[in-house]
Design a binder for this molecule. Structure first.
Ligand SMILES: Cc1cc2nc3c(=O)[nH]c(=O)nc-3n(C[C@H](O)[C@H](O)[C@H](O)COP(=O)(O)OP(=O)(O)OC[C@H]3O[C@@H](n4cnc5c(N)ncnc54)[C@H](O)[C@@H]3O)c2cc1C
Length: 472
């Protein structure tokens, strides 16, 4: 192997939330850390985000807001609602989440002790705690006690993600974490045994080979902005779907790791959303497909609703309301359009081109169930049940190919509970770690997602990676 330009203990690739947390922990373990960040500053998609961290197990905020949670309860919910194959990953996160909240707060990430009990996608206030997933949805509500776990960093002055990243980047600077910007890692170097021993990076238009004595941590973010990979893995996303992230969320880390024989997982997972709420009263409406049939509990997390809509015939779906709950959807980016108002259900079914009688039957069943306070089909919860019987009626087009569904990819590098990158045989690759959105998420698709399940585990397993690499 030719000579190295430089040698350090740990190299962190990317300075979003996962990379920052990894770098801080590695540095505090007393080893020499170098962060290489391709952009001209740190933050990544993390700084653009709403700043919701999915955390629980009895955090100070949960307690202050009067909720009882435990690591076991959090584990039970995540186990029931996600299909991640490695139980140890879920267990480790659930058991460490409470301490992790304290750690984030100690770094200066601002969280207040107040919550919001309604249904919202995110908050634009100083409040912190909100329900961001499917905790209250059947069947999960019967498998774990529903409690809110979305902890949103203060969002009254700037978006929560920026509040969080400002604090973490300041910490990195204060503690002397060496960071080189405009430094894109283009290759991982391995030795004869397959161990990752360093990187090749393009810095100021020159190539440098930098060795890592203890390990390389890949924290390069999602592949949301890689059109080729998105086309290959997520063919159900429509032309009107819109990626959420920074331009450098192009999956560069996935290619680096694959070349070093790392395995990818859950690549067809995506959280796409064009939420029907706010206002939350719209959740009392029903969502039907082009055959006039319901297919999901409408009070589900917006990513779950979207996951089901994506799979409907022609990806068509309509939100049906009556005059009592009529309101325009407020999520501006969603662009749900009002199709029309109708005096009768039959007129509406004809207007929407549905097979004769189907929408009428759907509404008869739903209205009877709502009257009885029990949704016998999809178990929508009683607070959201009301007969839709006050004409006139209205239909909004929430079809996948008509509204704007913003998406974030969930698939990526296969890792274990120690943030080690796994090869095709499921064995850790020596010297190689990954965390954050470049690694496959705990939720494997939008139906399993809860807001905060990117920043929460991303920051948590970033720290794990930093500690593990430093100790290697
Ligand atoms: C508008 C918006 C709102 C969101 N809201 C939430 C939310 O509230 N809660 C939540 O959990 N998730 C949310 N998400 C998703 C979440 O922000 C991301 O999944 C998460 O921030 C990813 O963190 P990361 O550290 O893995 O990646 P990033 O923060 O994207 O950081 C990766 C960094 O790696 C750098 N990089 C890439 N390639 C290279 C390379 N080859 N060499 C060197 N550096 C490289 C990038 O420039 C970037 O700075 C939101 C996303 C968006 C866009």
């Amino acid at each position: 192997m030719s000579e190295w330009d430089r040698t350090v203990d740990v190299i962190v690739v990317g300075q979003g939330i996962a990379g920052s947390c990894a770098a801080l922990e590695a540095k505090r373990a007393g080893v020499e850390v170098l962060v290489l960040e391709r952009a001209s500053g740190g933050g990544g998609a993390s700084a653009l985000s709403q700043g919701i961290f999915y955390l629980g197990g009895g955090t100070d905020v949960q307690q202050a807001c009067g909720y009882e949670d435990s690591p076991q309860n959090m584990y039970d919910f995540l186990r029931a609602s996600t299909s991640h194959p490695d139980d140890e990953v879920i267990r480790t996160f659930a058991e460490g989440a409470r301490e992790h909240f304290d750690w984030l707060e100690k770094q200066g990430v601002p969280f207040t002790r107040t919550g919001f009990s309604g249904k919202a996608v995110y908050l634009q206030t100083a409040d912190c705690l909100l329900t961001t997933g499917n905790e209250k949805i059947w069947p999960f509500k019967d498998m774990a006690k529903p409690v809110p776990r979305g902890h949103q960093a203060r969002s009254d002055e700037v978006n929560g993600g920026l509040s969080a990243m400002r604090a973490l980047l300041a910490r990195c600077e204060d503690e002397g974490v060496e960071t080189v910007y405009n430094a894109a890692v283009t290759k991982l170097e391995t030795d004869g045994t397959g161990r990752v021993v360093g990187v090749v990076a393009r810095i100021d238009n020159a190539e440098q080979r930098i060795a890592a004595r203890r390990g390389v941590i890949v924290a390069t973010g999602s592949f949301t902005n890689n059109a080729d990979l998105v086309r290959k893995w997520l063919p159900l996303l429509s032309d009107t779907s819109s990626p959420l992230g920074v331009p450098s969320n192009d999956g560069a880390g996935l290619g680096l790791v694959e070349d070093a024989h790392g395995q990818l997982a859950a690549m067809s997972g995506v959280i796409a959303t064009a939420s029907i709420y706010p206002p939350e009263g719209l959740v009392k409406g029903i969502v039907v497909n082009s055959k006039g049939e319901r297919f999901v509990a409408e009070d589900s997390y917006h990513g779950r609703l979207a996951g089901f809509i994506m799979e409907q015939p022609d990806q068509k779906a309509y939100l049906i309301v009556d005059s009592e709950i009529f309101a325009y959807p407020e999520a501006e980016s969603a662009k749900h359009t009002l199709i029309d108002g109708y005096e009768t259900v039959t007129e509406m079914a004809q207007g929407l081109g549905m097979p004769a009688g189907t929408l009428e039957r759907t509404m008869e069943t739903y209205n009877r169930d709502a009257q009885n306070g029990e949704d016998t089909q999809f178990h929508k919860q009683p607070p959201w049940l009301k007969p839709l019987d006050k004409a006139p009626y209205a239909a909004f087009d929430i079809s996948f190919d008509r509204s704007i569904y913003n998406y974030i990819t969930l698939g990526g590098i296969d890792t274990d509970s120690h943030s080690r990158v796994l090869d095709a045989a499921g064995k850790p690759i020596s010297g190689l770690y990954a965390a954050g959105a470049c690694a496959a998420h705990i939720p494997r698709d939008g139906k399993e997602y809860a807001s905060g399940l990117s920043l929460g585990p991303g920051s948590f397993f970033g720290r794990v990676a930093g500690r593990e690499a430093a100790a290697a």
